[in-house]
Design a protein around this ligand. Structure first.
Ligand SMILES: [Zn+2]
Length: 70
């Protein structure tokens, strides 16, 4: 049996499933996460660029070349 843990977004109270499909849990979205961190105001002033893309991939490490593969 698989139990799904449901949490509520602290910012907007939207229900969020606690698994890999919710990278911003317990927040429902990056926007809500930023709001909670108090960075939303700053975020809205600048145009999201590459850093925005990297944020969604922060669980993986940057692959590094191995010396033995030389
Ligand atoms: Zn939310």
């Amino acid at each position: 049996m698989s139990e799904e843990l449901i949490v509520k977004c602290p910012t907007c109270q939207t229900e969020v499933v606690w698994n890999e499909s919710s990278p911003y849990r317990p927040f429902c979205s990056k926007r809500c996460q930023l709001i909670d961190l108090g960075e939303w105001a700053d975020e809205s002033k600048r145009i999201p660029s590459q850093s925005d893309i990297n944020d969604s991939d922060d669980w993986s490490e940057t692959p590094q070349p191995e010396p033995k593969d030389f």
